[in-house]
Design a protein around this ligand. Sequence first.
Ligand code: GRF
Length: 208
Amino acid sequence: MDNPHGDQRTRFVVLASGTGTLLQSLLNAAADPGFPAQIVAVGADVDDAMALDRAAQVGVPTFVVPVSDYATRSDWDQALTSAIDQWNPDWIFCAGFMRILGSATLTKYAGRIINTHPALLPSFPGAHAVRDALGYGVRVTGCTMHLIDEGVDTGPIIAQSPVHVDASDDESSLHERIKMAERSLAVGTIAAIASRGCVVDGRRAYIP
Ligand code: GRF
């Protein structure tokens, strides 16, 4: 299962549900052998996620674990954990994975699952963060890299980047600018964690 070229870099499995532009930034960065992380596999919960095509295009293995294939959430959670286990990752990165992870995954990979969220947490958690920020009328929003815990977007914050809201913004234009910030923050955060790890002290997470 090790990379045939003997790639010794820190191993990341990326989970994604959507178009995968964040994943693409990570794949582009990891194509440089000097980047300290490798993407060993990409997993999705839907078989038409464009993220899967992006991975396949550069020869990164993929797997799909659809919720609808399992009788219970717990069965799905176990199956997802087993699928991830095949790739022996050091870290998991959720790049727009629109499912809440279950206890099997959270227990097995405790403290080693990173999520990216398109708002400045703890403001605007949940699946409609960009719409909610716009609706509230904030002038600055942004993106957050955080560790995943049992809550929804509640885990310790690793890194954040601000994005100004323009008067002319709609959800789509604002999300696109947030994703630009998100892509570079994700690449930088993964590089730093791959090189130096991440220390958690209560609510505070930092890269030493
Ligand atoms: C990102 O904004 C992520 O935070 C959100 O979904 C978006 C993923 O975009 N949950 P893409 O699929 O990588 O383009």
